[in-house]
Design a protein around this ligand. Structure first.
Ligand code: HEM
Length: 462
C-alpha cells in the first residue's frame, strides 16, 4: 500500500510504500539474496521511499533522487554505521571510506590534496605505462577473461600511483594477487550473519587471512622505506606531507596504513568493474563501438591516447557515463541514522538503516527513457538536460562523495581509448554473463577475443 506525505521530492508530495512479498521473520531476505538487482530496481513503483524488511528489521530504500540526495548530503544524520560497516572497519581499519562523520571531516581534509586536479597528469603517466604493458601482452585471437585482466590492471595502477617507483616490482605483483582474495573474502564476511564461519580454519579462510597479512606487511614495508617530508608526486608522498590547515596535525603512520588499505580496496574493483562492463556493453553494441573507433581515428591518427587527449574524447566520456548508469559498481549503499529524523514524512528512530541503490536509480523508467538500452548519446548536452537532477550518482554525493572520482574517470577513459585505438574485444558465443552483485557489481567471468583493428575502415559497419 502506498501513502502520501507532506515532504516533497521535487514538486509533489513524497509517497511511501512497502516492498511486496515480505514473509514473517524473513521479511524480504529471499528476493534480496536471490535476485537483489531486479528486486531493488522494481521498488520505485511502490513509492519514493519504500520499506524493506531485513528479517524483522525495518529498513528504507530511497527511490526518488531527491531523497537519495537528502540522505547523501546530510552525512551527519545519515552516517556510515550499522553492523556491516562495523565489520568492514574491523578489516580495513578506520580509513576514509568507513570512518564516521565526526572523524571523517579531518581525514578528508588531509587526503584531499592527494587528489588535487594538478596531480592527475602525473598519475596518468603511470596509468599509460601500465596500459601499454597490458596491451603489449595481448595476442590476437587468444581468448582471455577481460574481467580478471581489468582487475589486475587497476590493481597495478593504484599500487604504482600510491607508491611510484619506491615499491619493488615483485611487491606490486604480490599486492595485485592479494587484492582479489581479500575483496572476495570481505563480501563473505560482510554478509555472514553471525561471524562464526570466518573463524573456522578452512582453506578459504586461511587464504584470506594470509593475503590480508601479506598485504599489510608489504604496505608497512613500503611506507617505512618512503622518505617522509618529500613529495615524489605519488599518492603516499602526498599523505605523508599532508598537514591539516585548521590544526597543523598530520596523519600518523598507523592512520596512513589504514588509508593506503582503503585506497587499494576503493580503487581496484570499482574501476576494474567499470572497464569490464564497458567492454561487455561495446561487444553487445557494435554501432556504439564503431562510433568510438571513429572518435579515436579522427583524433589520434594512429598514436596512443594520453592525458592531454581526454578533454577531446566526448564520445568516450559518454560511453563511460552510460556504462556507470547501467552498472554502477557501488550498486547498494547503507546509512544508519544517528538521531531521530524524518525522511519523506516518515519518522526514523536513531539506528534506522537507509538503503541507497544507484543501480535502481539507473534502471528507473521514470528517470530515464528506455532505461535498459545502452545509449551513450543520451548524455549529449541537450538530451542530458532531461535527466532529473541527482539521478546519475555512481560516485555517491555530499561530503562522502568518492574522493577518487576524477582519478577513476581518467583511468577508465585512458584504458578505453587505448584499447579502442588499436583493438576490439569480441564477445565469445556462449550463455552470456550474469551480473554478480556482491561487495561490488561485477560482470563475473567475461571471456572475450582480442582482434587488432585495421585502422581507416572504422566507418564501415560490419
Ligand atoms: C569507476 C570508479 C569508481 C566508482 C564507481 C566509485 C564509487 C564510489 C562511491 C559510490 C563512493 C561513496 C560510498 C559511500 O558513500 O558510502 C566512493 C567512495 C570512495 N572511493 Fe570511490 N569509486 C571509484 C573509484 C575510486 C578510486 C580510483 C579511488 C582511489 C584512488 C576511490 C576511493 C574512494 C574512497 C577513499 C572513498 C571514500 C570517500 C569518503 O568517504 O570520503 N574510488 N567511491
Amino acid at each position: 500500500m502506498t501513502t502520501t506525505h507532506e515532504a516533497r521530492p521535487g514538486s509533489r508530495p513524497a509517497t511511501v510504500g512497502m516492498a511486496p512479498g515480505g514473509l514473517p521473520l524473513l521479511g524480504h531476505a529471499i528476493p534480496l539474496r536471490r535476485r537483489p538487482l531486479d528486486f531493488l530496481a522494481a521498488l520505485h513503483a511502490h513509492g519514493d521511499l519504500v520499506e524493506v524488511r531485513l528479517g524483522p528489521r525495518r529498513t528504507y530504500l530511497a527511490c526518488h533522487p531527491d531523497l537519495v540526495q537528502q540522505v547523501l548530503r546530510d552525512a551527519r544524520t545519515f552516517d556510515k554505521g550499522g553492523p556491516v560497516f562495523d565489520k568492514v572497519r574491523l578489516l580495513t581499519g578506520n580509513g576514509l571510506a568507513t570512518s564516521c562523520w565526526a572523524e571523517h571531516r579531518r581525514q578528508r581534509r588531509l587526503m584531499q590534496p592527494a587528489f588535487h586536479p594538478e596531480r592527475m597528469a602525473g598519475y596518468a603517466t603511470v596509468m599509460d605505462q601500465e596500459i601499454s604493458s597490458m596491451l603489449d601482452s595481448w595476442q590476437e585471437g587468444r581468448v582471455f577473461d577481460v574481467n580478471t585482466a581489468m582487475q589486475a590492471l587497476t590493481a597495478r595502477i593504484i599500487v604504482r600511483t600510491l607508491f611510484s617507483t619506491r615499491i619493488r616490482d615483485s611487491a606490486v605483483t604480490e599486492i595485485q594477487d592479494c587484492l582479489p582474495v581479500i575483496t572476495r573474502g570481505f563480501f563473505t564476511r560482510m554478509v555472514a550473519p553471525l561471524g562464526l564461519m570466518e573463524k573456522l580454519p578452512t582453506r578459504s579462510n586461511r587464504r584470506f587471512d594470509g593475503a590480508l597479512e601479506r598485504m599489510r606487511n608489504l604496505i608497512d614495508e613500503t611506507i617505512s622505506s618512503h622518505p617522509a617530508g618529500i613529495d615524489h608526486g605519488d599518492l603516499l608522498s602526498s599523505l605523508l606531507v599532508a598537514e591539516d590547515e585548521e590544526t597543523g596535525e598530520r596523519l600518523g603512520r598507523h592512520e596512513i596504513h589504514d588509508q593506503v588499505v582503503t585506497l587499494l580496496l576503493g580503487a581496484t574493483e570499482t574501476t576494474g568493474n567499470a572497464l569490464a562492463w564497458i567492454f561487455h556493453l561495446l561487444g553487445e553494441n557494435p554501432e556504439a563501438e564503431e562510433q568510438l573507433h571513429r572518435e579515436m581515428d579522427g583524433l589520434l591518427s594512429g598514436r596512443r591516447p594520453d592525458f592531454d587527449d581526454l578533454p577531446h574524447l566526448d564520445y568516450t566520456r559518454r560511453v563511460v557515463t552510460e556504462a556507470l548508469r547501467l552498472y554502477p559498481s557501488t550498486w547498494l549503499l547503507t546509512r544508519s541514522t544517528t538521531r531521530e529524523t524524518e525522511l519523506a514524512g516518515v519518522r526514523l528512530a536513531p539506528g534506522t538503516v537507509v538503503l541507497l541503490s544507484f543501480y535502481a536509480l539507473g534502471h528507473n523508467p521514470e528517470l530515464y527513457s528506455a532505461p535498459e538500452r545502452f545509449d551513450p548519446d543520451r548524455w549529449l548536452p541537450e538530451r542530458a538536460k532531461t535527466v532529473p537532477r541527482g539521478a546519475w550518482t555512481p560516485f555517491g554525493g555530499g561530503s562522502r562523495k568518492c574522493i577518487g572520482d576524477r582519478f577513476g574517470t581518467i583511468e577508465v577513459m585512458l584504458v578505453l581509448a587505448a584499447v579502442a585505438a588499436d583493438w576490439r574485444l569480441r564477445p565469445r558465443p556462449g550463455p552470456g554473463i550474469r551480473p554478480e552483485p556482491k561487495a561490488s557489481l561485477s560482470t563475473g567471468p567475461l571471456p572475450m577475443v582480442p582482434e587488432r583493428r585495421r585502422r581507416g575502415n572504422s566507418a564501415a559497419v560490419e
